[in-house]
Ligand binder design. Structure first.
Ligand code: N01
Length: 546
Protein backbone atom coordinates (compact mmCIF):
# COMPACT_ATOMS: atom_id res chain seq x y z
CA UNK A 1 0.00 0.00 0.00
CA UNK A 2 1.57 3.34 -0.99
CA UNK A 3 2.24 5.70 1.89
CA UNK A 4 -0.41 8.20 0.87
CA UNK A 5 -3.09 5.51 0.97
CA UNK A 6 -2.33 4.70 4.60
CA UNK A 7 -4.60 6.16 7.22
CA UNK A 8 -3.47 9.59 8.41
CA UNK A 9 -1.29 9.56 11.50
CA UNK A 10 -3.51 9.32 14.51
CA UNK A 11 -2.44 9.26 18.11
CA UNK A 12 -3.92 8.04 21.35
CA UNK A 13 -3.39 11.29 23.14
CA UNK A 14 -1.39 14.51 23.00
CA UNK A 15 1.20 12.90 25.28
CA UNK A 16 1.70 9.97 22.94
CA UNK A 17 1.99 12.22 19.89
CA UNK A 18 5.58 13.15 20.52
CA UNK A 19 7.04 9.70 21.34
CA UNK A 20 10.65 9.45 20.35
CA UNK A 21 10.75 5.70 20.77
CA UNK A 22 8.30 2.89 21.28
CA UNK A 23 9.38 -0.51 22.54
CA UNK A 24 7.29 -3.64 22.12
CA UNK A 25 7.70 -6.04 25.05
CA UNK A 26 8.64 -5.68 28.73
CA UNK A 27 10.91 -8.66 29.24
CA UNK A 28 14.65 -8.48 29.90
CA UNK A 29 15.17 -6.64 26.60
CA UNK A 30 12.34 -4.12 26.77
CA UNK A 31 13.06 -3.11 30.36
CA UNK A 32 16.71 -2.38 29.71
CA UNK A 33 16.02 -0.62 26.43
CA UNK A 34 13.50 1.62 28.20
CA UNK A 35 16.07 2.47 30.86
CA UNK A 36 18.70 3.28 28.20
CA UNK A 37 16.53 5.50 26.04
CA UNK A 38 14.57 7.23 28.78
CA UNK A 39 17.13 7.62 31.55
CA UNK A 40 20.34 7.85 29.55
CA UNK A 41 19.20 9.73 26.45
CA UNK A 42 16.24 11.55 27.95
CA UNK A 43 13.87 10.50 25.18
CA UNK A 44 10.12 10.15 25.46
CA UNK A 45 9.59 6.40 25.44
CA UNK A 46 6.74 3.96 26.00
CA UNK A 47 6.72 0.19 26.25
CA UNK A 48 3.67 -1.74 25.10
CA UNK A 49 3.40 -5.17 26.72
CA UNK A 50 0.81 -7.87 26.02
CA UNK A 51 1.14 -9.42 29.49
CA UNK A 52 -0.24 -8.10 32.74
CA UNK A 53 3.23 -7.52 34.20
CA UNK A 54 6.91 -7.38 33.33
CA UNK A 55 8.84 -10.57 32.50
CA UNK A 56 8.23 -11.31 28.83
CA UNK A 57 8.87 -15.00 28.19
CA UNK A 58 9.09 -15.58 31.95
CA UNK A 59 5.70 -13.98 32.49
CA UNK A 60 4.07 -16.63 30.31
CA UNK A 61 6.22 -19.73 30.93
CA UNK A 62 4.98 -20.73 34.38
CA UNK A 63 4.89 -24.45 33.72
CA UNK A 64 5.95 -26.88 36.48
CA UNK A 65 9.73 -26.98 36.75
CA UNK A 66 10.31 -23.78 34.73
CA UNK A 67 13.85 -22.75 35.48
CA UNK A 68 16.62 -21.01 33.60
CA UNK A 69 19.37 -23.15 32.10
CA UNK A 70 21.92 -20.34 32.44
CA UNK A 71 23.48 -20.16 35.88
CA UNK A 72 22.05 -17.42 38.04
CA UNK A 73 25.27 -15.42 38.41
CA UNK A 74 25.25 -14.75 34.66
CA UNK A 75 21.50 -14.51 34.19
CA UNK A 76 21.03 -10.91 35.19
CA UNK A 77 21.70 -7.35 34.17
CA UNK A 78 25.21 -6.01 34.53
CA UNK A 79 24.59 -2.41 33.43
CA UNK A 80 24.32 -1.07 37.00
CA UNK A 81 26.84 -2.15 39.66
CA UNK A 82 24.29 -1.61 42.43
CA UNK A 83 22.01 -4.24 40.91
CA UNK A 84 24.74 -6.84 41.23
CA UNK A 85 25.43 -5.77 44.80
CA UNK A 86 21.84 -5.65 45.96
CA UNK A 87 20.38 -8.77 44.36
CA UNK A 88 21.11 -12.27 45.64
CA UNK A 89 20.09 -15.42 43.81
CA UNK A 90 19.12 -18.39 45.94
CA UNK A 91 19.97 -21.31 43.63
CA UNK A 92 22.52 -22.31 41.02
CA UNK A 93 19.82 -21.86 38.34
CA UNK A 94 17.08 -19.33 38.95
CA UNK A 95 13.52 -20.66 38.91
CA UNK A 96 10.74 -18.81 37.08
CA UNK A 97 9.20 -17.22 40.24
CA UNK A 98 12.60 -15.90 41.33
CA UNK A 99 13.30 -14.44 37.87
CA UNK A 100 9.94 -12.70 38.02
CA UNK A 101 10.85 -11.26 41.43
CA UNK A 102 14.17 -10.10 40.02
CA UNK A 103 12.66 -8.36 36.98
CA UNK A 104 10.08 -6.64 39.19
CA UNK A 105 12.89 -5.57 41.52
CA UNK A 106 14.74 -3.99 38.58
CA UNK A 107 11.61 -2.40 37.13
CA UNK A 108 10.69 -0.90 40.51
CA UNK A 109 14.20 0.24 41.32
CA UNK A 110 14.38 2.28 38.11
CA UNK A 111 10.71 3.24 38.17
CA UNK A 112 10.19 1.66 34.77
CA UNK A 113 6.56 0.59 35.12
CA UNK A 114 5.21 4.13 34.82
CA UNK A 115 6.19 4.03 31.12
CA UNK A 116 4.84 0.57 30.38
CA UNK A 117 1.31 -0.07 29.17
CA UNK A 118 0.41 -3.60 30.27
CA UNK A 119 -2.30 -5.81 28.75
CA UNK A 120 -1.60 -4.03 25.48
CA UNK A 121 -0.90 -6.24 22.49
CA UNK A 122 0.51 -4.59 19.37
CA UNK A 123 -1.15 -5.79 16.19
CA UNK A 124 0.42 -3.56 13.56
CA UNK A 125 3.24 -1.13 12.95
CA UNK A 126 3.30 0.85 9.70
CA UNK A 127 6.02 3.23 8.57
CA UNK A 128 5.00 6.56 7.05
CA UNK A 129 7.78 7.85 4.90
CA UNK A 130 6.71 11.47 4.54
CA UNK A 131 6.51 11.95 8.30
CA UNK A 132 9.33 9.51 9.04
CA UNK A 133 7.18 8.03 11.77
CA UNK A 134 5.89 4.58 12.73
CA UNK A 135 2.20 4.26 13.44
CA UNK A 136 1.63 1.48 15.94
CA UNK A 137 -1.79 0.00 16.57
CA UNK A 138 -2.89 -2.12 19.52
CA UNK A 139 -5.47 -4.88 19.69
CA UNK A 140 -7.92 -2.52 21.33
CA UNK A 141 -7.54 0.05 18.57
CA UNK A 142 -5.27 2.54 20.29
CA UNK A 143 -2.69 4.19 18.09
CA UNK A 144 0.79 5.46 18.93
CA UNK A 145 3.15 7.41 16.71
CA UNK A 146 6.88 7.14 17.17
CA UNK A 147 10.14 7.96 15.42
CA UNK A 148 12.01 4.85 16.53
CA UNK A 149 10.40 1.48 16.93
CA UNK A 150 12.20 -1.25 18.83
CA UNK A 151 10.94 -4.80 19.05
CA UNK A 152 11.83 -6.58 22.28
CA UNK A 153 9.39 -9.38 21.64
CA UNK A 154 11.61 -12.33 22.56
CA UNK A 155 12.65 -15.28 20.45
CA UNK A 156 10.44 -17.90 22.05
CA UNK A 157 7.15 -16.20 22.75
CA UNK A 158 4.76 -17.46 20.07
CA UNK A 159 3.38 -20.77 21.36
CA UNK A 160 3.17 -23.63 18.88
CA UNK A 161 0.07 -25.71 19.51
CA UNK A 162 0.01 -28.44 16.85
CA UNK A 163 -3.20 -28.70 14.88
CA UNK A 164 -4.33 -32.12 16.03
CA UNK A 165 -7.77 -33.24 14.82
CA UNK A 166 -10.32 -33.54 17.60
CA UNK A 167 -8.59 -31.29 20.15
CA UNK A 168 -11.53 -28.91 20.30
CA UNK A 169 -13.80 -31.76 21.41
CA UNK A 170 -11.44 -33.02 24.14
CA UNK A 171 -13.44 -32.98 27.35
CA UNK A 172 -10.45 -32.72 29.69
CA UNK A 173 -8.21 -29.66 30.03
CA UNK A 174 -5.24 -28.83 27.86
CA UNK A 175 -2.44 -26.31 28.27
CA UNK A 176 0.59 -25.09 26.36
CA UNK A 177 3.62 -24.65 28.62
CA UNK A 178 4.22 -21.16 27.21
CA UNK A 179 0.72 -19.99 28.13
CA UNK A 180 0.48 -21.51 31.57
CA UNK A 181 -2.35 -20.49 33.96
CA UNK A 182 -1.19 -18.09 36.65
CA UNK A 183 -2.80 -20.07 39.44
CA UNK A 184 -1.17 -23.32 38.33
CA UNK A 185 -2.64 -26.66 37.37
CA UNK A 186 -3.57 -29.34 39.87
CA UNK A 187 -2.37 -32.73 38.60
CA UNK A 188 -3.29 -34.70 41.72
CA UNK A 189 -5.22 -37.83 40.80
CA UNK A 190 -5.08 -36.98 37.08
CA UNK A 191 -3.84 -38.91 34.08
CA UNK A 192 -1.63 -36.54 32.13
CA UNK A 193 -0.41 -36.78 28.55
CA UNK A 194 2.57 -34.56 27.77
CA UNK A 195 3.59 -34.03 24.16
CA UNK A 196 7.15 -32.86 23.51
CA UNK A 197 10.59 -33.61 24.87
CA UNK A 198 12.51 -30.38 24.31
CA UNK A 199 14.03 -28.33 27.16
CA UNK A 200 10.56 -27.55 28.48
CA UNK A 201 9.14 -31.08 28.48
CA UNK A 202 12.36 -32.36 30.04
CA UNK A 203 12.01 -29.83 32.87
CA UNK A 204 8.29 -30.40 33.33
CA UNK A 205 8.01 -34.21 33.23
CA UNK A 206 9.64 -34.99 36.61
CA UNK A 207 7.58 -32.35 38.39
CA UNK A 208 4.30 -33.42 36.79
CA UNK A 209 5.05 -37.09 37.48
CA UNK A 210 5.59 -36.30 41.16
CA UNK A 211 1.97 -35.28 41.65
CA UNK A 212 -0.04 -36.82 38.79
CA UNK A 213 -1.69 -40.22 39.07
CA UNK A 214 -0.06 -41.10 35.75
CA UNK A 215 2.07 -39.37 33.14
CA UNK A 216 2.42 -40.51 29.55
CA UNK A 217 5.16 -38.72 27.63
CA UNK A 218 4.72 -38.60 23.86
CA UNK A 219 8.15 -38.35 22.24
CA UNK A 220 8.65 -37.54 18.55
CA UNK A 221 12.41 -36.92 18.55
CA UNK A 222 14.59 -38.40 21.27
CA UNK A 223 16.76 -35.81 22.98
CA UNK A 224 19.99 -35.52 24.91
CA UNK A 225 20.00 -34.09 28.38
CA UNK A 226 22.70 -33.53 30.97
CA UNK A 227 21.96 -33.20 34.70
CA UNK A 228 21.62 -29.58 35.78
CA UNK A 229 22.76 -30.36 39.34
CA UNK A 230 20.76 -27.49 40.68
CA UNK A 231 21.31 -26.67 44.35
CA UNK A 232 21.02 -23.75 46.74
CA UNK A 233 23.89 -21.29 46.32
CA UNK A 234 26.34 -21.53 49.20
CA UNK A 235 26.79 -18.29 51.19
CA UNK A 236 30.49 -18.27 50.18
CA UNK A 237 29.57 -18.41 46.49
CA UNK A 238 27.04 -15.61 46.92
CA UNK A 239 29.78 -13.56 48.50
CA UNK A 240 32.13 -14.50 45.67
CA UNK A 241 29.56 -13.27 43.12
CA UNK A 242 29.29 -9.91 44.89
CA UNK A 243 33.04 -9.47 45.10
CA UNK A 244 33.78 -10.63 41.57
CA UNK A 245 30.78 -9.34 39.66
CA UNK A 246 32.90 -7.25 37.32
CA UNK A 247 35.26 -10.12 36.53
CA UNK A 248 32.34 -12.48 35.89
CA UNK A 249 30.82 -9.88 33.59
CA UNK A 250 34.13 -9.52 31.75
CA UNK A 251 34.29 -13.27 31.14
CA UNK A 252 30.75 -13.31 29.73
CA UNK A 253 31.91 -10.69 27.25
CA UNK A 254 34.84 -12.83 26.17
CA UNK A 255 33.14 -16.17 25.66
CA UNK A 256 31.47 -17.53 22.56
CA UNK A 257 28.06 -17.88 24.19
CA UNK A 258 28.00 -15.23 26.91
CA UNK A 259 28.49 -17.77 29.68
CA UNK A 260 30.99 -17.54 32.51
CA UNK A 261 32.80 -20.71 31.44
CA UNK A 262 35.40 -20.99 28.73
CA UNK A 263 35.39 -23.73 26.13
CA UNK A 264 38.43 -25.96 26.54
CA UNK A 265 41.08 -25.75 23.82
CA UNK A 266 41.66 -29.54 23.66
CA UNK A 267 40.17 -31.59 20.83
CA UNK A 268 38.02 -34.65 21.45
CA UNK A 269 39.40 -36.34 18.34
CA UNK A 270 42.96 -36.01 19.63
CA UNK A 271 42.22 -37.20 23.15
CA UNK A 272 42.70 -40.86 24.08
CA UNK A 273 39.39 -42.68 24.69
CA UNK A 274 40.01 -43.36 28.41
CA UNK A 275 41.01 -39.76 29.08
CA UNK A 276 38.03 -38.51 27.09
CA UNK A 277 35.74 -40.67 29.19
CA UNK A 278 37.21 -39.23 32.38
CA UNK A 279 36.66 -35.70 31.05
CA UNK A 280 33.06 -36.43 30.09
CA UNK A 281 32.43 -38.06 33.49
CA UNK A 282 33.68 -34.95 35.26
CA UNK A 283 31.55 -32.73 33.00
CA UNK A 284 28.51 -34.92 33.66
CA UNK A 285 29.10 -34.72 37.40
CA UNK A 286 29.52 -30.96 37.29
CA UNK A 287 26.36 -30.72 35.18
CA UNK A 288 24.77 -27.94 33.18
CA UNK A 289 25.36 -26.42 29.76
CA UNK A 290 29.08 -26.40 30.53
CA UNK A 291 29.13 -30.02 29.33
CA UNK A 292 29.39 -28.52 25.87
CA UNK A 293 32.68 -26.86 26.88
CA UNK A 294 34.53 -30.14 27.45
CA UNK A 295 36.15 -30.04 24.00
CA UNK A 296 36.81 -27.33 21.45
CA UNK A 297 35.70 -29.37 18.45
CA UNK A 298 32.38 -30.65 19.80
CA UNK A 299 30.21 -28.43 17.63
CA UNK A 300 32.43 -28.22 14.58
CA UNK A 301 33.56 -31.81 13.98
CA UNK A 302 30.98 -34.57 13.70
CA UNK A 303 33.51 -37.20 14.81
CA UNK A 304 34.23 -35.22 17.96
CA UNK A 305 30.54 -34.72 18.54
CA UNK A 306 29.91 -38.47 18.20
CA UNK A 307 32.07 -39.08 21.26
CA UNK A 308 29.89 -36.77 23.38
CA UNK A 309 26.70 -38.17 21.87
CA UNK A 310 27.72 -41.77 22.59
CA UNK A 311 28.66 -40.88 26.16
CA UNK A 312 25.23 -39.38 26.86
CA UNK A 313 23.39 -42.23 25.15
CA UNK A 314 25.26 -44.69 27.37
CA UNK A 315 24.28 -42.63 30.41
CA UNK A 316 20.62 -42.75 29.38
CA UNK A 317 20.78 -46.52 29.02
CA UNK A 318 22.44 -46.85 32.41
CA UNK A 319 19.83 -44.70 34.19
CA UNK A 320 16.61 -46.01 32.62
CA UNK A 321 15.88 -49.49 33.93
CA UNK A 322 13.38 -50.67 31.33
CA UNK A 323 15.48 -51.55 28.30
CA UNK A 324 12.73 -50.87 25.73
CA UNK A 325 12.13 -47.39 27.19
CA UNK A 326 15.88 -46.76 27.37
CA UNK A 327 16.22 -47.73 23.72
CA UNK A 328 13.52 -45.23 22.62
CA UNK A 329 15.02 -42.45 24.74
CA UNK A 330 18.55 -43.02 23.48
CA UNK A 331 17.70 -43.46 19.81
CA UNK A 332 18.76 -39.87 19.06
CA UNK A 333 19.04 -38.83 15.43
CA UNK A 334 21.06 -35.61 15.64
CA UNK A 335 24.44 -34.48 16.95
CA UNK A 336 24.67 -33.35 20.57
CA UNK A 337 23.78 -29.63 20.94
CA UNK A 338 22.80 -29.34 17.26
CA UNK A 339 19.40 -28.68 18.79
CA UNK A 340 19.38 -26.56 21.93
CA UNK A 341 20.71 -29.01 24.57
CA UNK A 342 18.42 -29.41 27.58
CA UNK A 343 19.61 -29.84 31.14
CA UNK A 344 17.46 -31.57 33.72
CA UNK A 345 16.68 -32.59 37.23
CA UNK A 346 15.92 -36.34 37.28
CA UNK A 347 14.47 -36.46 33.77
CA UNK A 348 15.65 -39.91 32.72
CA UNK A 349 15.16 -41.19 36.30
CA UNK A 350 11.48 -40.24 35.97
CA UNK A 351 10.97 -43.14 33.55
CA UNK A 352 11.78 -45.53 36.42
CA UNK A 353 8.65 -44.41 38.26
CA UNK A 354 5.72 -46.83 38.09
CA UNK A 355 3.33 -44.02 37.10
CA UNK A 356 5.27 -42.90 33.99
CA UNK A 357 5.17 -44.30 30.46
CA UNK A 358 6.80 -43.29 27.18
CA UNK A 359 5.19 -43.44 23.74
CA UNK A 360 7.38 -43.45 20.63
CA UNK A 361 5.67 -41.22 18.08
CA UNK A 362 8.21 -42.09 15.41
CA UNK A 363 6.82 -45.60 15.42
CA UNK A 364 3.17 -44.50 15.64
CA UNK A 365 2.38 -40.78 15.25
CA UNK A 366 -0.51 -39.00 16.93
CA UNK A 367 -3.54 -39.23 14.67
CA UNK A 368 -6.14 -37.38 16.69
CA UNK A 369 -7.43 -36.50 20.12
CA UNK A 370 -10.73 -38.09 21.10
CA UNK A 371 -13.01 -36.78 23.84
CA UNK A 372 -10.99 -38.73 26.41
CA UNK A 373 -7.69 -39.83 24.88
CA UNK A 374 -4.65 -39.10 22.77
CA UNK A 375 -4.83 -41.52 19.86
CA UNK A 376 -1.81 -42.65 17.86
CA UNK A 377 -2.00 -44.81 14.76
CA UNK A 378 -1.53 -47.79 17.09
CA UNK A 379 -3.29 -47.14 20.39
CA UNK A 380 -5.45 -44.87 22.51
CA UNK A 381 -4.08 -43.33 25.71
CA UNK A 382 -6.85 -42.10 28.04
CA UNK A 383 -5.92 -38.76 29.68
CA UNK A 384 -7.58 -36.09 31.81
CA UNK A 385 -5.07 -33.34 31.00
CA UNK A 386 -2.92 -32.72 27.91
CA UNK A 387 0.24 -30.66 28.28
CA UNK A 388 1.67 -29.31 25.05
CA UNK A 389 5.41 -28.86 25.58
CA UNK A 390 5.60 -28.37 21.83
CA UNK A 391 7.71 -25.24 21.67
CA UNK A 392 7.40 -22.06 19.72
CA UNK A 393 7.29 -20.48 16.31
CA UNK A 394 10.74 -19.28 17.22
CA UNK A 395 12.52 -16.04 16.38
CA UNK A 396 10.46 -14.91 13.39
CA UNK A 397 7.05 -15.88 14.86
CA UNK A 398 6.85 -13.08 17.45
CA UNK A 399 7.74 -10.48 14.78
CA UNK A 400 5.56 -11.78 11.98
CA UNK A 401 2.42 -12.03 14.05
CA UNK A 402 2.56 -8.22 14.09
CA UNK A 403 1.60 -6.66 10.76
CA UNK A 404 4.86 -4.77 10.24
CA UNK A 405 5.04 -2.68 7.07
CA UNK A 406 7.96 -0.59 5.97
CA UNK A 407 8.45 1.88 3.16
CA UNK A 408 5.64 1.84 0.52
CA UNK A 409 3.60 -0.50 2.70
CA UNK A 410 5.87 -3.50 2.05
CA UNK A 411 5.11 -6.20 4.61
CA UNK A 412 7.89 -7.82 6.63
CA UNK A 413 6.26 -11.20 6.06
CA UNK A 414 6.76 -10.75 2.31
CA UNK A 415 10.39 -9.71 2.67
CA UNK A 416 10.92 -12.78 4.87
CA UNK A 417 8.85 -15.19 2.82
CA UNK A 418 11.89 -17.41 2.21
CA UNK A 419 13.34 -16.87 5.68
CA UNK A 420 14.52 -13.93 7.76
CA UNK A 421 16.76 -11.35 6.05
CA UNK A 422 18.36 -8.47 7.89
CA UNK A 423 21.62 -6.72 8.65
CA UNK A 424 23.36 -7.76 11.89
CA UNK A 425 20.03 -9.09 13.15
CA UNK A 426 19.24 -5.46 13.93
CA UNK A 427 17.60 -3.85 10.91
CA UNK A 428 15.80 -4.78 7.70
CA UNK A 429 16.31 -2.77 4.50
CA UNK A 430 13.11 -0.88 3.71
CA UNK A 431 12.15 -0.57 7.40
CA UNK A 432 13.85 2.64 8.58
CA UNK A 433 14.27 3.28 12.31
CA UNK A 434 13.01 -0.19 13.19
CA UNK A 435 15.39 -2.15 15.43
CA UNK A 436 14.94 -5.78 16.44
CA UNK A 437 16.55 -6.81 19.73
CA UNK A 438 18.00 -10.32 19.50
CA UNK A 439 16.35 -10.86 16.16
CA UNK A 440 17.22 -13.68 13.77
CA UNK A 441 20.68 -13.10 12.30
CA UNK A 442 22.10 -12.22 15.73
CA UNK A 443 23.58 -14.70 18.26
CA UNK A 444 20.38 -14.42 20.36
CA UNK A 445 19.35 -17.95 21.34
CA UNK A 446 22.89 -19.28 20.98
CA UNK A 447 24.01 -16.85 23.66
CA UNK A 448 23.15 -16.35 27.29
CA UNK A 449 20.21 -14.01 26.71
CA UNK A 450 20.90 -11.08 29.07
CA UNK A 451 24.40 -10.72 27.58
CA UNK A 452 23.04 -10.61 24.02
CA UNK A 453 20.27 -8.23 25.11
CA UNK A 454 22.54 -5.75 26.85
CA UNK A 455 24.83 -5.64 23.81
CA UNK A 456 21.92 -4.97 21.45
CA UNK A 457 20.24 -2.37 23.63
CA UNK A 458 23.57 -0.57 24.16
CA UNK A 459 24.28 -0.60 20.43
CA UNK A 460 20.82 0.73 19.57
CA UNK A 461 21.13 3.42 22.26
CA UNK A 462 24.53 4.55 20.95
CA UNK A 463 23.15 4.57 17.43
CA UNK A 464 20.18 6.76 18.35
CA UNK A 465 22.48 9.06 20.33
CA UNK A 466 24.73 9.32 17.27
CA UNK A 467 21.75 10.25 15.08
CA UNK A 468 20.48 12.82 17.55
CA UNK A 469 23.91 14.37 18.08
CA UNK A 470 24.38 14.67 14.32
CA UNK A 471 20.96 16.18 13.69
CA UNK A 472 19.96 13.03 11.77
CA UNK A 473 16.67 11.27 12.16
CA UNK A 474 16.73 8.17 10.00
CA UNK A 475 18.81 5.00 9.82
CA UNK A 476 18.17 2.09 7.53
CA UNK A 477 20.10 -1.03 6.55
CA UNK A 478 21.38 -0.94 2.97
CA UNK A 479 20.09 -3.85 0.84
CA UNK A 480 23.61 -4.93 -0.17
CA UNK A 481 24.76 -4.99 3.48
CA UNK A 482 21.73 -7.11 4.31
CA UNK A 483 22.51 -9.57 1.50
CA UNK A 484 26.09 -9.86 2.65
CA UNK A 485 25.07 -10.45 6.26
CA UNK A 486 22.54 -13.14 5.31
CA UNK A 487 25.32 -14.90 3.39
CA UNK A 488 27.63 -14.59 6.42
CA UNK A 489 24.99 -16.06 8.77
CA UNK A 490 24.57 -19.04 6.42
CA UNK A 491 28.30 -19.45 5.95
CA UNK A 492 29.16 -19.63 9.67
CA UNK A 493 26.28 -22.01 10.35
CA UNK A 494 27.49 -24.34 7.58
CA UNK A 495 30.78 -24.81 9.45
CA UNK A 496 29.02 -26.25 12.50
CA UNK A 497 26.93 -29.32 13.30
CA UNK A 498 23.82 -27.16 13.77
CA UNK A 499 22.28 -27.74 10.33
CA UNK A 500 22.57 -31.53 10.85
CA UNK A 501 19.56 -31.50 13.17
CA UNK A 502 16.74 -31.66 10.69
CA UNK A 503 13.93 -31.14 13.20
CA UNK A 504 15.40 -28.14 14.94
CA UNK A 505 13.52 -24.94 15.74
CA UNK A 506 16.81 -23.13 15.00
CA UNK A 507 15.94 -24.04 11.38
CA UNK A 508 12.22 -23.38 11.65
CA UNK A 509 11.66 -27.09 11.06
CA UNK A 510 9.18 -27.50 13.93
CA UNK A 511 6.54 -25.35 12.24
CA UNK A 512 4.79 -26.85 9.21
CA UNK A 513 5.39 -24.68 6.13
CA UNK A 514 8.03 -22.46 7.74
CA UNK A 515 11.09 -21.87 5.51
CA UNK A 516 14.11 -23.97 6.51
CA UNK A 517 16.78 -21.39 7.28
CA UNK A 518 19.28 -21.48 10.13
CA UNK A 519 18.17 -18.33 11.94
CA UNK A 520 20.66 -17.33 14.66
CA UNK A 521 24.21 -16.11 13.97
CA UNK A 522 26.53 -18.98 14.94
CA UNK A 523 29.83 -17.08 14.74
CA UNK A 524 29.84 -16.45 18.50
CA UNK A 525 28.99 -13.48 20.65
CA UNK A 526 32.56 -12.21 20.85
CA UNK A 527 32.97 -11.98 17.11
CA UNK A 528 29.50 -10.53 16.72
CA UNK A 529 30.12 -7.85 19.35
CA UNK A 530 33.31 -6.90 17.55
CA UNK A 531 31.55 -6.68 14.16
CA UNK A 532 28.81 -4.44 15.57
CA UNK A 533 31.39 -2.19 17.25
CA UNK A 534 33.39 -1.88 14.03
CA UNK A 535 30.30 -1.05 12.03
CA UNK A 536 29.51 1.80 14.44
CA UNK A 537 33.12 3.03 14.52
CA UNK A 538 33.12 3.15 10.73
CA UNK A 539 30.22 5.57 10.67
CA UNK A 540 27.53 2.90 10.70
CA UNK A 541 28.90 1.13 7.68
CA UNK A 542 26.19 -0.73 5.77
CA UNK A 543 23.46 1.63 7.00
CA UNK A 544 22.10 4.71 5.25
CA UNK A 545 21.79 7.68 7.65
CA UNK A 546 19.88 10.80 6.77
O1 N01 B 1 10.37 -26.51 22.60
P1 N01 B 1 11.18 -27.41 21.55
P2 N01 B 1 10.66 -26.25 24.14
N1 N01 B 1 3.75 -33.79 17.64
O2 N01 B 1 10.79 -26.89 20.21
C1 N01 B 1 7.76 -31.79 20.02
C2 N01 B 1 14.10 -22.51 25.53
N2 N01 B 1 13.88 -23.00 26.85
O3 N01 B 1 9.57 -25.42 24.67
O4 N01 B 1 11.85 -32.45 18.12
C3 N01 B 1 4.61 -34.33 18.51
O5 N01 B 1 12.61 -27.47 21.88
C4 N01 B 1 9.11 -31.62 19.41
O6 N01 B 1 9.45 -32.76 18.64
P3 N01 B 1 10.53 -32.61 17.42
C5 N01 B 1 15.23 -23.29 24.90
O7 N01 B 1 15.97 -22.45 24.07
C6 N01 B 1 14.70 -22.51 27.78
O8 N01 B 1 11.00 -27.51 24.83
O9 N01 B 1 10.12 -31.37 16.66
N3 N01 B 1 5.62 -33.68 19.06
C7 N01 B 1 9.95 -31.43 20.65
O10 N01 B 1 10.20 -32.64 21.30
C8 N01 B 1 14.48 -24.33 24.15
O11 N01 B 1 15.20 -24.95 23.12
C9 N01 B 1 14.55 -22.93 29.04
O12 N01 B 1 10.36 -33.85 16.67
C10 N01 B 1 5.78 -32.40 18.72
C11 N01 B 1 9.03 -30.60 21.53
O13 N01 B 1 7.72 -30.84 21.08
C12 N01 B 1 13.31 -23.53 23.66
O14 N01 B 1 12.94 -22.75 24.77
C13 N01 B 1 13.60 -23.86 29.40
C14 N01 B 1 4.91 -31.76 17.82
C15 N01 B 1 9.28 -29.12 21.40
O15 N01 B 1 10.59 -28.84 21.79
C16 N01 B 1 12.12 -24.34 23.23
O16 N01 B 1 11.98 -25.42 24.11
C17 N01 B 1 12.78 -24.35 28.42
C18 N01 B 1 3.87 -32.52 17.27
N4 N01 B 1 3.02 -31.99 16.39
C19 N01 B 1 12.92 -23.91 27.15
N5 N01 B 1 5.32 -30.48 17.68
C20 N01 B 1 15.38 -22.30 30.04
O17 N01 B 1 16.54 -22.04 29.95
C21 N01 B 1 6.41 -30.35 18.46
N6 N01 B 1 6.68 -31.51 19.09
C22 N01 B 1 14.61 -21.94 31.11
Amino acid sequence: MPDDEMSPLRTRSEAARSLDALIIGAGFAGLYQLFCLRDRLGLSVKVLEAGGGVGGTWYWNRYPGARCDSESHVYWYTFAPELMREWEWSERYPGQPEIMRYLNFVADKFDLKRDIEFDTRVVSAHYHEAANRWQVQTETGETYVTKFLITAVGCLSTANVPKIPGLKDFKGDWYHTGQWPHDGVDFIGKRVGMIGTGSTGIQAAPVIAASAAHLTVFQRTANYSVPARNAPLAPEFRQYIKEHADEIRAVTHETLNGMAFRIEQRLAVETAPEERETIYEAAWERGGLQFRAAFQDMLTDKNANDTAAEFIKRKIRSIVKDSATAAILSDIDHPYAAKRPPIDTNYFETYNRPNVALVDLRKAPIERVSRTAICTTEAEYPVDIIVFATGFDAMTGPLLRIDIRGRSGVALKDVWVAGPRNYLGLQVAGFPNLFTITGPGSPSVLCNMPVAIEQHADWITDCIRHLNDGGLDRIEARPEAMDKWVAEVNEVASKTVFPMAKHSWYLGANIPGKPRVFMPYAGGMVRYRQICAEVAENGYEGFALS
